[in-house]
Design a protein. Sequence first.
Length: 286
Amino acid sequence: MRFVIVSGLSGAGKSVVLHTLEDHHFCCIDNMPLEFLVELTERLLSDKIKLGDQIAVSIDTRNLINQSTDIRLILTRLKNAGFDTKLIFLRASEEVIEHRYNETRRPHPMSVYKNEPLADCIKSEIQLLDEIASCADFHIDTTEMSQYELRNTIAEHIGLRKVPVSILLKSFGYKKGVPTNADYVFDVRCLTNPYWISRLREKPGTDAEIYDFLEQSPKSINLFNDILEFLQKWLPYYGADIRSYFTIAIGCTGGRHRSVYMVEKLYQRLSKEMPKYDINKQHRDM
């Protein structure tokens, strides 16, 4: 079983690390008190609880106030029991931490316990986390890191396999609004509408007659080729280090014919030509 403990200075990137591990199918528990970590350890060792074979917990300053539990004993017990245990400690310069808090305007965790300026809260936290820092297997300085660089660094340290980006191709009708979760939106209302052909009106966009009708138009072919070329060119820039999920919405008036036709064609081509992606399709309004 892999057991990762994430700690470090507030504002240094613990949430980014947990999200990265969660994307790699770790069972993640945020902001866990050390006393609960002791209990969790006991339950795992006695097989009274099953959380999968990959667990990650984060410990921050709020978990350490007025606590006497020794983190070294927990780590030793886990390792002696055969757990693949790693403690990751994140830090950044005091100036950068202060800047990040000033940007977000969130209160520092230590301000709850100490009526001190932000700079003094950061110094107090460094002292409080000193023991955990001394036990860390990896020290990561995020002072000059973007969140994407931090994700890559964590993947390298933990030995995580790259998770394929999941791409959803979604057809929709503008009558019912644009999908709120769309990353790219393409409008295909410029194509000839099968709705105005009485024999085609009630057929779904997946029907062979709809496909044949739209394929007769050079506009349909050209628009498909343009969208396909755009996606083939730009999707590789959205690797798993940036995005895990990506939604491409294709819209027509009712979401039953033209957008469905386009999604079906894109699904066939992208599934074949971009196998490293997990390509899915959905017809919202058909």
